[in-house]
Design a protein around this ligand. Structure first.
Ligand code: URA
Length: 436
């Protein structure tokens, strides 16, 4: 059985070359093994060529970054099947495709999280400001994602450190080097940077590139926005409810799962003391797989930053975990979940609450209010003050950020935004001074 050795985890060029060679040499997926490093067999130099659909290449490029040992073989199988006419990308029941799509969705969510969650400390390199950030990715997203981030305008000089490697961008362009296990805290990261900086920059290499995976449809968080809180979080920035999220992926408790792209579960660190609850994922959240990343989420981020609440330290979820919409042509128009759908989905919200055990729940709007209090709420009347929950803990009701987006004019929008910020300041007080 031939063995194909790739140079590193994101050796896309090597994988494509090998895949082409072995498919043309008619090596069946079951007769080929994949490994990393040295010791592989020479790739057959078979004459000929074949083309793949852009959709398949783009899916493969995303799924290729998943931290899954089986991915090289599974993606080879997809290409093999496509070449032999046995792959229908529209077949929702195809198991190979379903696995690849699940990996691709997870990669996308992780890439987006990296873009919005990395906080930078300003350091100096060659008398120039340079931004140093830390991220611990779930998947191998550093390279493709940093190429995307590096296209920002105006260009900034930065280094992003991860356990898998570092990405540097300076006057010499974008390069990649060795990584660092979790540094522990900002001081350790900065000391490591001081000690290794010259060697890291000197030994950095151009990387391989995954151009098919570098989409350009989102704006990353600006480098020089002041870092709120530490650059390195002591707790890993991943969902405290990872197992639950995995379980919820296949949820079919109500009909909303059918048209939705994926389940959007809560996210936040293990030690979050506060859980923000919205209504349901919107269009962007459904595609990206993270809560509050679309327009309402960006407004929430802005208000959180204004009051000094670090989004990386709170947990954010929704009353309902699937996007409910009406399709009008290519547009998907948000529809509020029914009380019945909220009640059914409370199973997951309760599970998240039990797993994370936050002392404070911030209810964003009426659906979140209903999900937690089990009754209809009048947000305008009940907002802005804490109240005790029968099962312990405190809840705080305020408006949903999309209520601000729906305001008819600038003046009312500014007024409502200011009231929302006032509510969030009260939330910050509760976080700082205890809500137990
Ligand atoms: N609105 C919500 O309630 N939740 C999201 O995640 C996004 C928009």
């Amino acid at each position: 059985m031939p063995t194909c050795a790739l140079a590193h985890e994101t050796d896309w060029t090597g994988w494509r070359r090998a895949t082409r060679g072995y498919v043309l040499a008619r090596i069946e997926p079951a007769d080929l093994s994949w490994t990393m490093g040295r010791g592989g067999d020479a790739v057959p130099e078979t004459a000929g060529t074949f083309t793949l659909s852009r959709a398949l290449v783009s899916l493969a490029a995303q799924a290729f970054q998943a931290r899954e040992a089986e991915r090289f073989g599974l993606l080879y199988t997809l290409v093999w099947r496509a070449h032999h006419g046995g792959l229908d990308l529209g077949d929702a029941g195809d198991l190979d495709l379903r696995i690849a799509r699940r990996w691709a969705l997870a990669v996308r969510a992780d890439a987006h999280r990296m873009r919005t969650m990395v906080r930078f400390a300003q350091v100096t390199v060659d008398d120039q400001p340079h931004f140093l950030g830390w991220y611990e990715p779930d998947h191998f997203v550093l390279e493709a994602n940093t190429r995307f981030m590096a296209r920002r305008d105006p260009p900034g000089r930065f280094t992003i450190v991860t356990p898998d490697g570092t990405a540097h961008r300076d006057q010499d362009g974008l390069r990649f080097g060795a990584g660092l296990k979790h540094p522990g805290d900002d001081d350790t990261l900065l000391a490591w940077w001081d000690a290794h900086r010259d060697a890291l920059l000197r030994d950095a290499h151009a990387g391989g590139g995954l151009p098919e995976a570098e989409e350009l449809d989102e704006v990353p968080r600006p480098l020089d926005r002041p870092a709120l809180g530490p650059v390195v979080l002591a707790e890993r920035q991943t969902s405290a409810t990872r197992e639950l999220a995995r379980e919820a992926r296949g949820c079919e408790r109500c009909a909303l799962h059918r048209p939705a792209t994926q389940t959007v579960f809560g996210e936040g660190p293990r030690d979050a003391r506060v859980l923000f609850i919205g209504e349901q994922p919107g269009d962007q959240e459904d595609l990206i797989g993270r809560p509050f990343v679309g327009p309402a989420g960006q407004l929430l981020d802005e208000a959180l930053e204004e009051v000094g609440i670090d989004r990386r330290r709170i947990m954010i979820s929704n009353a309902v975990k699937h996007f409910k919409f009406n399709a009008r042509g290519r547009r998907r128009i948000h529809q509020s979940p029914s009380p019945g759908e909220i009640d059914i989905c409370r199973f997951w919200l309760d599970a998240e609450r039990a797993a994370a055990n936050p002392a404070l729940l911030v209810l964003l709007g009426g659906s979140a209010g209903r999900a937690v209090l089990g009754r209809p709420v009048t947000v305008t009347r009940e907002r802005g003050r804490p109240f005790s929950l029968p099962d312990g803990g405190t809840a705080f009701l305020t408006v949903h950020p999309s209520y601000l987006l729906r305001q008819p004019d600038e003046a009312s929008r500014a007024r409502e935004y200011a009231a929302f910020v006032r509510d969030l300041r009260a939330v910050k007080e509760l976080i700082n001074h205890g809500s137990e």
